[in-house]
Design a protein around this ligand. Structure first.
Ligand SMILES: Nc1nc2c(ncn2[C@@H]2O[C@H](COP(=O)(O)OP(=O)(O)OP(=O)(O)O)[C@@H](O)[C@H]2O)c(=O)[nH]1
Ligand SMILES: C[C@H](OP(=O)(O)O)C(=O)O
Length: 240
């Protein structure tokens, strides 16, 4: 795999406030810890070797212990603390990055390794995922078209949108030349920014990558499609 940096923005304090109708603060903290663990496991499975957790504040001891247990010579996890807001923290990170960056949100409880592979190396995938070029109206099958375009113009932004128009993952080939602008319909904003900066923009459409956990009803997706510790946790909390 081509060298890339992978970064997970993370907010450990009072996380997922929109879930407060169904989860206490303590449970929300436990939930984002499990979700982060899930995302890291998928990244590891997909061949990513090193991940930076870009955290707004220090991690809880339990989360730190979990990360330490996952970390090893073949999978290095670094914790970087940046107390600024999400956009400032990520943009500072991008500015200092000389190789492609993959940004992955921590609340993707259903993420699959195929989604990560589609973001980092779509041409190598033997699949029929549809990609959409922001430069044209029609959808097309990714690999051959995107390779041809990439040969002519190597700067690529690849986005996995959230189900409500946010940006759940983003691959940026030349990160120092791009700025993120999260919140609201950020996928659209990022597509526009890509076009403005003459990047090729591709969209990875996937139910699993789109399933961010923002609102109480989103947790049903974990009950219906999830597995492991996070499934057990949500099952217990929602069906005591
Ligand atoms: N470093 C950093 N990460 C953040 C910040 N705010 C959110 N994040 C992370 O960015 C990703 C997407 O954030 P949201 O889905 O809005 O999560 P949230 O802010 O905990 O949720 P709400 O309080 O419900 O808006 C998650 O991985 C969060 O942990 C921040 O200020 N700094
Ligand atoms: C950060 C934000 O996340 P959401 O609140 O849409 O989950 C976004 O994707 O722009």
């Amino acid at each position: 795999m081509r060298a890339i940096k992978t970064v997970i923005p993370f907010k450990p304090d009072n996380p997922k406030s929109r879930l407060s109708p169904v989860l206490t603060e303590e449970k929300r903290k436990a939930f984002v810890g499990l979700s982060l663990q899930n995302v890291l496991a998928v990244l590891k499975e997909s061949g990513i070797k090193q991940v930076d957790i870009l955290s707004k504040s220090a991690l809880d001891k339990s989360d730190e212990n979990r990360l330490a247990a996952m970390s090893g010579s073949d999978f290095e996890i670094k914790i970087l603390i940046d107390e600024s807001d999400l956009n400032t923290a990520v943009n500072t990170y991008l500015k200092s990055s000389e190789i492609p960056v993959l940004i992955v949100m921590a609340d993707l409880a259903l993420l699959k390794k195929e989604d990560v592979e589609a973001m980092t190396n779509p041409a190598a995938m033997n699949r029929e995922s549809a990609f959409v070029s922001a430069n044209c109206e029609s959808e097309f099958i990714a690999a051959s078209v995107s390779e041809t375009k990439a040969a002519a113009c190597p700067d690529i932004v690849r986005i996995a949108p959230g189900k409500d128009g946010g940006t759940n993952m983003m691959y940026i080939s030349t990160p120092a030349d791009f700025e993120v602008n999260y919140y609201g319909e950020s996928c659209k904003k990022h597509q526009e920014e890509a076009l403005r900066r003459s990047f090729i923009c591709e969209i990875h459409k996937s139910f699993y990558a789109a399933a961010d956990m923002d609102e109480p009803s989103d947790l049903n997706d974990i009950l219906n499609h999830g597995s492991g510790e996070i499934f057990e946790f949500i099952s217990k909390v929602l069906k005591p």
